[in-house]
Every structure is written in structure tokens, then in C-alpha cells.
Write a protein that binds this ligand. Structure first.
Ligand SMILES: *Cc1c(COP(=O)(O)O)cnc(C)c1O
Length: 441
């Protein structure tokens, strides 16, 4: 980016360059740092080199020695790239923009949201330590925490994190992580990030720094456009880049965003467990997904509000969950933690609703979904979310299949629940499709 040159030859940054707003920064990024120089590109390139040419054995040794060492200023120190799995520039540029979007010090890119979540948990907790999570979790996070981590002797207590007394009760001397999504996938319950942090601060005040508890938030549903958990008290954020940030549904990716003190462990973990985000997948997120995030979210939200209102007024709908609705039980809490970088309420693009289902067997929802899957124009039956196409799914039997049936029912997740990820279609057309699907119920 060009700078104005003053008469004495020194350069002056414009205000936009020295302090850009999020939307602007995510379009331009930093085109020139010690880690890459794309000053003469309009669109940064996809780099595609598994290994990098080293000029000498000494330079190779220096590249390895500096990897993860973090003592050099990345803005000016020229990175010695060695091997894609360690570090690479397209992914690096995306990481820089993600850290900015989430207001974190650093971001580390992984091959999927699950690779990011497993890295965050395994970097922060080791054998014989304990995790407290909210009791409703994305299905694969649930099976990671209840199925795989116990094999490494990391056990979890699943509780209701909208209840601070339940959180206090669940914390043990060996607890190291409080983990949750907010809004929760799929029922959009809001967990009070600041409230959780306050409880954690009380506990940490009585502990040595090595035993501190960290608050880890999965911010996939909200995206950093609607919510920046690090500013609200979370220590670490996980993202599935596959969803709202990627936005176009072409690639998988994930990221952990947090303090610089975690950077070395995260990149070393990624180096050794191998779940590095491919530059070919980082690139569409860097040049298409993140730069359009703000514009897409503004439009998703407008349509989501109309759709939530439409559903709320429909005789066959028993319940609608959308944080933007005044009837949403946690509407006030949602307003306190979901807002864009200019402070405007940003309730997101996800809507969850339940059809009237007197038998509670999910049959009306099945008729609705089957009609939509086969006949609707704008409603696509598919998991995933945050794309330009409106997606619907049945969490009970699809994304949350890993959770046991009795548990789901006890938590209010019923077979009749339908999740909508609102896309960029004209909202009249989305509602027209919903209306016809309703007539099949
Ligand atoms: C999809 C999803 C994930 C996992 O992300 P992948 O990129 O599919 O691995 C994690 N958390 C939430 C809330 C999700 O919706």
C-alpha cells in the first residue's frame, strides 16, 4: 500500500492505514512484512511449495532454530521458511488477518475446525488434568472430549455453563480449561463469557500460574464480525474456517487465536501432529471469505431476523430460537456480547426452530425437511453453515448424532428441531420456500 511522501522525504501513514476498521483491514491486510512481500500484487498469490530452498546449511539450521522461537519481530524479521507444515506465507497472511479480526495477539491455522479445537485442548491440558465444558457441544467436539481425550487421561465434566453455580461446582483442583460454544450449536443458548471469566478469575487468584484455568470459546457460530470473545474475557478462541469465515463452502480449515505465550506450543503441536492448514485452502479464506465477512454477515442477519419473525408468527411452529428476537430468553445478554466493531447488535445468521410435534417423534420436521430437500429452491439440506446458500439440517440426527439420545432429549434437543443457516438469497424467496415446506407438515 502506498504512503504519502512528505516534502522532507519521510512517509506519512494515512489514518486508514494506521488504524483501519475491521472491514477494511480484512480486505487489505498487511501486504508487506518480514514474513511476506506482496506489495506488488492486488491479490496475494497462492503459494504452493512443500519445501523451501535454503542457501546454505547454516541458513537451514537457522530456520529450524528460529521456528516457534518467537523472539523476533515478525513485522521486520525475515522468516526463513523451511517446510509447509512448519510455516508458509499464504497461511501466515491469513493468520495475521484472523488475529486482527478476533483481536488476538496470534492465530495458528489448522486443517479443520476439529484440528484447531483438539490442538487448543491438548496444548492447555495434559494427562490427569480436567476440562469443564457446556453440556451441549458440536457433535465431533463432544466425541473428542468424551471419547478420545479420556484415553489420554484428560477427563471432562459436562455441565450447564449458563448457570455460574453449576460452573463453580464443576471446577476441580486439576481443572485447566473451561470450554464452550456461544451461541451454542444448535440451540443458540448464550453463555455469558464475562460471567465465566469472573468465576475463573476468582479461582485463579488462589492458584499458582502453572495451575491457572483458561477460558476457551468456540466462536464459529458468531464469527468475529458478531462477537470477539477475547475482548469479553476469553483467553483463547477456536474457529472452524469451513463455516462463516470461509463463507463459500469450498474448503476446510480451522484456527486457534490467543495470546503470544501460546504460539510456540501451538505451532510445535501442529508441526508434530501434522494438522496444518494447506495454503490452497487458506487462500480462498484469505482473499474471498474474510474480506467479505462483514458484508455477508450484515445481509445474513437482516434476512435471519425476517425469517425468525416469520417462523415466530407461524401457527405450526412451537418455538423459535434467534438471539435477535425480543422473545429470545437471553436477548439482553446477547446484546451485551454480540455486537459488531461499531457496537451495533449482531445476533448472527443461525436460526433454530421446532415445529409442533404432539407425538414428539420428529415426524412433522421430517416431512418439512424431506419436502425441502427434494423441492425447495433456496433451502439446501446439508450440514455446515455460514455459506452464501441457505442450509437446513436436523441436528438431532445429523450434526449432533454423536450425543446419546436420552441425553439430547434431557437437554431439550428434540428430533423435531431444525437448524437454518441463512444465506445471501433474497429473503422473500427463502420465506416462500419455508411457506411451501410448512404446507407439507
Ligand atoms: C463445524 C463446527 C466445528 C468443526 O469444524 P470443522 O471445520 O468441520 O472441523 C466446530 N465447532 C462448531 C460450532 C462447528 O459448527
Amino acid at each position: 500500500m502506498k504512503n504519502a511522501t512528505k516534502p522532507d522525504g519521510t512517509q506519512e501513514n494515512s489514518e486508514a492505514k494506521s488504524n483501519p476498521r475491521i472491514r477494511t483491514r480484512l480486505i487489505h491486510g498487511l501486504s508487506h512484512t518480514g514474513r511476506w512481500d506482496y506489495n506488488h500484487h492486488v491479490v496475494p498469490p497462492i503459494t504452493a511449495s512443500a519445501a523451501f530452498r535454503l542457501d546454505s546449511a547454516q541458513r537451514g539450521a537457522q530456520g529450524f532454530a528460529e521456528f516457534g522461537a518467537d523472539e523476533n519481530d515478525p513485522k521486520t524479521h525475515k522468516t526463513i521458511y523451511v517446510y509447509d507444515r512448519l510455516d508458509e506465507p499464504t497461511r501466515g497472511m491469513l493468520e495475521d488477518n484472523l488475529a486482527f479480526a478476533e483481536k488476538g495477539e496470534i492465530a495458528v491455522g489448522f486443517s479443520s475446525g476439529m484440528a484447531a479445537i483438539s490442538a487448543a485442548l491438548c496444548v492447555l491440558a495434559k494427562a490427569d488434568e480436567h476440562i469443564v465444558t457446556h453440556k451441549v457441544l458440536y457433535g465431533c467436539t463432544y466425541s473428542l472430549i468424551t471419547g478420545w481425550l479420556p484415553r489420554q487421561n484428560i477427563h471432562a465434566t459436562l455441565t450447564d455453563l449458563s448457570d455460574m453455580d453449576a460452573l463453580r461446582d464443576a471446577i476441580q483442583p486439576n481443572t485447566r480449561i473451561i470450554y464452550f460454544e456461544t451461541p451454542v450449536n444448535p440451540d443458540l443458548l448464550i453463555i455469558d463469557i464475562r460471567g465465566v471469566r469472573n468465576v475463573v478469575d476468582e479461582v485463579n487468584a488462589k492458584r499458582g500460574p502453572d495451575d491457572h484455568i483458561r477460558v476457551v470459546v468456540d466462536n464459529t457460530f458468531a464469527t468475529p464480525f458478531c462477537q470477539r470473545p477475547l475482548e469479553l474475557g476469553a483467553h483463547v478462541v477456536c474457529q472452524s474456517l469451513t463455516k462463516g469465515i470461509g463463507g463459500f463452502g469450498t474448503d476446510m480449515g480451522g484456527a486457534v487465536i490467543g495470546p503470544r505465550t501460546m504460539h510456540r506450543d501451538l505451532v510445535m503441536y501442529r508441526k508434530d501432529f501434522g494438522g496444518s492448514l494447506s495454503p490452497k485452502s487458506a487462500w480462498p479464506v484469505l482473499v474471498q471469505g474474510l474480506p467479505t465477512l462483514a458484508t455477508r454477515m450484515v445481509n445474513y442477519q437482516k434476512s435471519a431476523m425476517r425469517i425468525a419473525q416469520y417462523l415466530e408468527g407461524h401457527a405450526k411452529v412451537a418455538k423459535v430460537h434467534y438471539p435477535g428476537l425480543a422473545s429470545f430468553p437471553q436477548h439482553e445478554l446477547a446484546k451485551r456480547q454480540m455486537f459488531d466493531d461499531r457496537g451495533r447488535f449482531a445476533p448472527g445468521s443461525m436460526v433454530y426452530f421446532m415445529l409442533d410435534d404432539p407425538q414428539n417423534n420428529g415426524e412433522p420436521a421430517a416431512r418439512f425437511i424431506d419436502w425441502a430437500a427434494d423441492n425447495a429452491y433456496c433451502l439446501t439440506l446439508a450440514v455446515s453453515l455460514g455459506q452464501i446458500k441457505t442450509l437446513i439440517e436436523a441436528p438431532y440426527s445429523m450434526t449432533h448424532a454423536a450425543m446419546p439420545e436420552e441425553e439430547k432429549r434431557a437437554l431439550g434437543l428434540m428430533p423435531g428441531g431444525i437448524r437454518i443457516s441463512v444465506g445471501l438469497e433474497d429473503w422473500h424467496d427463502i420465506i416462500a420456500d419455508l411457506e411451501t415446506a410448512m404446507s407439507q407438515v
